[in-house]
Design a protein around this ligand. Structure first.
Ligand code: COI
Length: 364
């Protein structure tokens, strides 16, 4: 067990939160968990009030981009239990990103105990209202004060929480991107690293100015194969088939993506993970064989796509309330919220601990 030092806020801010009108990404909880890597090992574990960090201007992550993160959600069930959704997958993916970005891996113990300690302390921030959750953002940054270009020796790992509403409040309009690229073979597209999100912003800004919500990235060589969609993965539904691009070095291994594939298969759908071209989507639409398009992601959960544009071609898809996307979303949400049996053992119960007791036993 790791030894965490606690510095609690004198007064929680949770009573100021309007849980019925939650935006995405603005309501940060009272505390954050911090761990430091000294070049050899992780240590100096602490929980302190959420707030600004004092950082040197020469911190290497700010210049050379060694920064990785995860996104995961925590839910409150009708029995008042607090459940994290597949946190061990986030831990594994974070370590995969760390290896790719020459950063140190974290033990499961540090990741999971830090997470549980934070959620326990800030459990009043876990909402129970439909479409809301506690979003956790574990991240790691390089912290050497050094101007030379090389992998940092020291790092900081932080987990903070944000009580959130939906990322997308309605079905989305998407532009197939044919000028800019997000990732290429041999690059870092598969890693959840900050630079991938920065690289996506320019094309996304143009698409938003044209009336879209997100871009659908295509392969860097031919702009022929579809890859990620904004911050999510894409699925196309055609009869009993659901098609999604296979994950490879340009596509993040989405945890919601994996879960939806499993759920769809158990519902009898044939799920194909394979190369999917823009033309195949448009051809299926033209022949009446495209039933639905949807995006999956931790923040986005399952979001229907109502419009897809590629150069001068357009797909318009009315959202079906009893359609595949909505059905899969509801099934997944029911598991996450403890309303349906968790047959796949995806949820991780955060057992309440008596923080005051932990703190006093550690002499804090
Ligand atoms: C997530 O779905 O957790 C993401 O990482 C998207 C985020 C950048 C808002």
């Amino acid at each position: 067990m790791i030894n965490i030092k606690y510095h609690k806020v004198p007064q929680s801010r949770v009573s100021d939160v309007d849980f019925n009108n939650l935006p995405f990404g603005k309501e940060f909880t009272d505390h954050m968990f911090i761990a430091e890597y000294d070049g050899e090992k992780w240590g100096n574990f602490k929980i302190q009030p959420y707030g600004p960090l004092l950082l040197s201007p020469s911190l290497s992550c700010m210049h050379y981009g060694q920064a990785i993160f995860e996104g995961m959600k925590v839910y409150r069930t009708h029995k008042d239990e607090v459940l994290a959704f597949r946190p061990l997958e986030n831990h594994q993916r974070m370590n995969a990103s760390a290896v790719r970005m020459c950063m140190p891996e974290l033990s499961e113990e540090v990741f999971m105990e830090g997470l549980q300690a934070l959620v326990n302390l800030d459990k009043e921030w876990v909402p129970h209202i439909e479409n809301t959750s506690l979003y956790l953002r574990p991240f790691m940054i390089a912290t050497d004060d050094f101007l030379g270009v090389s992998a940092s020796k020291t790092y900081m790992f932080i987990i903070y929480g944000c009580t959130v509403g939906p990322y997308y409040t309605k079905p989305i309009k998407v532009k197939v991107e044919t000028d800019y690229i997000r990732a290429c073979k041999g690059g870092v597209g598969e890693a959840k690293t900050a630079g991938n999100y920065a690289a996506a912003m320019y094309a996304t800004r143009i698409a938003i100015s044209e009336g879209f919500n997100a871009v659908l990235w295509t392969d860097a060589l031919e702009h022929k194969y579809v890859e990620e969609l904004g911050t999510s993965n894409i699925f196309a539904v055609s009869g009993n088939k659901i098609i999604t691009p296979e994950t490879k070095d340009t596509i993040l291994k989405g945890i919601t993506r994996m879960s939806i594939i499993t759920l769809a298969r158990t519902m009898g759908y044939e799920v194909e993970e394979r190369p999917l071209t823009v033309d195949e989507i448009f051809d299926k639409y033209a022949s009446g064989a495209l039933d639905e398009l949807f995006a999956t992601g931790t923040a986005a959960t399952v979001t229907s796509i109502c419009q897809l544009n590629h150069l001068n071609r357009e797909i318009l898809l009315p959202v079906k309330e009893d359609g595949v996307a909505v059905t899969l979303k509801n099934r997944l949400e029911n598991i996450k919220r403890g309303k349906a049996e968790d047959v796949f053992e995806w949820t991780f119960k955060i057992f309440p601990t008596n923080i005051e007791k932990v703190m006093s036993s550690e002499g804090v």
